[in-house]
Design a protein around this ligand. Structure first.
Ligand SMILES: [Cu+2]
Length: 186
């Protein structure tokens, strides 16, 4: 059965024109539907809402440097990258990695590009591996106290966690570049 009853069509030519117009309007409807769906995509949650940190702790220290560790888990469907961290306990917090230097000794340095956590994956920050370096403590970090830590991701979102201060004697790496002689738990 035709969409357009014959009685309304004066000639085959008119029928063709009407058919073309109908096709265009159908296309227009599809185009509208498409652009509507583009305007309202399923927005992925901010990285700060998808990443959790567990077992987070920071090494007790009287002054100078210290380091924070813990388990970062990404609950989302896309990788996220931790690009910065801050804490009221330190003027500056850096993301560090530990690599062997030319003599094979463990040396830590700022990690270029930050730390990427795979989709539905996790990364463990631990002594001798990636960690968050507190560069200049504002006051002593006493065992049993805690400090907050703000993690910022590549999309600009962030999350705040509370880290326990713990005694820790291991993880003595040198720091490169610049202060090669300073050794601390990192
Ligand atoms: Cu470090």
């Amino acid at each position: 059965m035709s969409v357009f009853p014959r009685t309304h069509l004066r000639s085959p030519r008119a029928a063709r024109r009407l058919g073309a117009a109908t096709a265009l309007s159908v296309l227009a409807v599809f185009a509208t539907a498409c652009s509507d769906s583009e305007q309202a995509p399923a927005t992925p949650a901010a990285a700060g809402d998808r990443v959790t940190m567990s077992d987070q702790w920071i090494k007790a220290a009287d002054s100078g440097m210290s380091a924070a560790f813990g388990n970062l888990r990404n609950t989302g469907d896309a990788p996220v990258t931790l690009v910065a961290a801050t804490s009221p306990a330190s003027d500056r917090v850096e993301i560090h990695e530990v690599v062997p230097d030319s003599t094979g000794a463990k040396t830590m340095r700022p990690k270029a590009g930050g730390i990427t956590i795979p989709a539905h994956g996790e990364v463990t920050l631990k002594p001798g591996a990636e960690h968050l370096m507190f560069m200049d403590l504002k006051q002593p970090l006493r065992t049993g106290s805690e400090t907050s830590l703000t993690l910022t991701f590549a999309d600009g979102s962030s999350t705040v966690v509370t880290a326990q201060v713990r005694d820790f004697a291991g993880g003595k790496e040198n720091y490169a570049p610049g202060t090669e002689n300073s050794s601390h738990g990192g």
